[in-house]
Design a binder for this molecule. Structure first.
Ligand SMILES: [Zn+2]
Length: 464
């Protein structure tokens, strides 16, 4: 059997599909259901370009906030900083419910600028970590620092975010038990994409957790408050300007990110094989520092995981304290590039998939950002959308970490992926609780990014 040739026939079509879906979202989503613009005439902030980022101090210097408006102004400043850095214009902050203290803040860092010595195009951005959304990073930061800083329980804290959390961040936030407060809506990848606050597509008990802990701030003369009452500043409102600005900075930054990305997603038929190319030795070494067995095994077909890979994943679980699952990433040549077990003992949101996706991307970024390895890395490594992720055990359809994994998979793929059979999302064992069919249903009813663009289709190894 010949290896399927992703990237040969679909990339132009899918770029167009991405554009089409975005247009649909732009036409029907966002403020349409907010209603506050009805009869208010043209809104000057909607048609003008986003205002320049304020001085960094608004983002980094604010020590505490006293109401929803101040919290929204803070995360807007972070979103502007993220966009100015070339990433998605979204940001979030952990607020202490009882004091209003800004405990920590993180902006989206999915893309970062490469250093000038590795690019002819000054200011070029490159995917740093597809999972580096503000909220997900705040959850990881919390688990890393909770004991050292004696932080309050997550239920007493609120992650305020400029844009409705995606599936990955929703999974991470509910796994940790945070409250979440939302400024602007995202009808493409936001968990409240239907905007009714019911989350009817989510499985229980995730749905119950989101209903209880997520809140959508009231907008003056617009949206009513929607959500749980344990959210910080649930009884105060934000103005339409900060809502519009949070939405606009995201939309304009996403446009820039999409065009930047076109140059970094090299189709496999234009790649050198990093498993055999002599010049790629430093690439293999870099991945072995993360996963010692990187590039020691090659599948005959990158979409057909074999018994050896299964043994490698079982070994990883056995060697990782607290882990009950592991995930491998296979490149389009069939190389096992990286694999990771999870969850990690100190961080229940650090699943094997999340770590594998992060390891692949962060190592790739470091190689591209290094003058010695930049050229070979660009010629041998591409977006994970051209590869395969393999779970030892399918995620439990009712777990919060599964929403995180499915969402993280969508963010990692970033775009329409080749709908070849077998799927880019495979597992050896069915879920320990629930069924594979339920898992497919959960994936199929997530927001449009996951169900319509990426079309996540979990399949058991050997079923196709
Ligand atoms: Zn997110």
């Amino acid at each position: 059997m010949t290896r399927r040739g992703p990237g040969t026939t679909w990339s132009r079509r899918d770029v167009l599909r991405l554009a089409g879906l975005t247009a649909v979202v732009g036409a029907t989503g966002g403020l349409a259901a907010c209603g506050s613009r009805d009869g208010a005439g043209p809104d000057p902030s909607a048609s003008s370009p986003p205002s320049p980022a304020p001085s960094g101090s608004a983002w980094s210097g604010t020590r505490s906030v006293g109401d929803a408006q101040q919290a929204a102004d803070l995360v807007l400043a972070g979103a502007q900083a993220a966009a100015a850095a070339g990433s998605f214009g979204i940001a979030g902050a952990i607020i202490d419910n009882s004091t209003g203290e800004v405990v920590h803040r993180m902006e989206n860092q999915v893309l970062r600028r490469l250093r000038p010595t590795v690019t002819a195009d000054s200011g070029e951005t490159f995917t740093w970590d597809p999972t580096a959304h503000g909220e997900r990073q705040l959850v990881y930061w919390y688990f890393e620092n909770r004991d050292r800083l004696a932080l309050p329980p997550a239920r007493d804290l609120t992650v305020v975010t400029s844009l409705d959390p995606c599936a990955m961040c929703t999974g991470a936030l509910t796994t940790a038990g945070f409250n979440a407060a939302v400024v602007a809506m995202d009808t493409f990848s936001g968990i409240n994409f239907r905007q009714d606050g019911r989350f009817a597509d989510l499985p229980q008990p995730v749905r119950g957790a989101v209903r209880e802990t997520f809140g959508y701030y009231a907008v003056e003369s617009g949206r009513q408050y929607q959500g749980g009452r344990s959210v910080a500043f649930a009884d105060t409102a934000i103005d339409q300007q900060v809502y519009d600005a949070c939405e606009d900075i995201y939309q304009s930054s996403a446009k820039a990110v999409r065009s930047a990305r076109k140059t970094t997603n090299t189709p496999p038929d234009q790649l050198r094989d990093p498993g055999t190319w002599k010049t790629a030795a430093p690439i293999r070494s870099a991945y072995r520092r993360v996963y010692p067995k990187a590039f020691t095994h090659r599948l005959k077909d990158f979409r057909r995981p074999d018994r050896t890979l299964r043994r490698m994943l079982e070994e990883l679980v056995a060697d990782t304290a607290g882990a009950d699952n592991a995930v491998a990433f296979i490149d389009p040549f069939g190389n096992v590039v990286t694999a990771a077990a999870g969850p990690l003992p100190r961080n229940p949101a650090a699943t094997g998939f999340m770590t594998a996706s992060q390891d692949y991307a962060l190592t790739r970024f470091a190689l591209v950002d290094d003058k010695e390895t930049s050229g070979p890395a660009r010629r041998a490594l591409t977006s994970p959308m051209f590869g395969t992720f393999v779970w030892l055990v399918a995620p439990d359809p009712r777990a919060t970490t599964t929403i995180e994994d499915l969402g993280g998979f969508g963010s990692t793929m970033q775009a329409a992926i080749p709908q070849a059979t077998p799927s880019a999302f495979q597992f050896y064992e069915p879920p320990r609780r629930g069924t594979a069919r339920e898992l497919r249903q959960v994936a199929g009813s997530l927001p449009p990014l996951y169900s319509q663009l990426v079309k996540i289709d979990p399949q058991r190894v050997g079923d196709a």
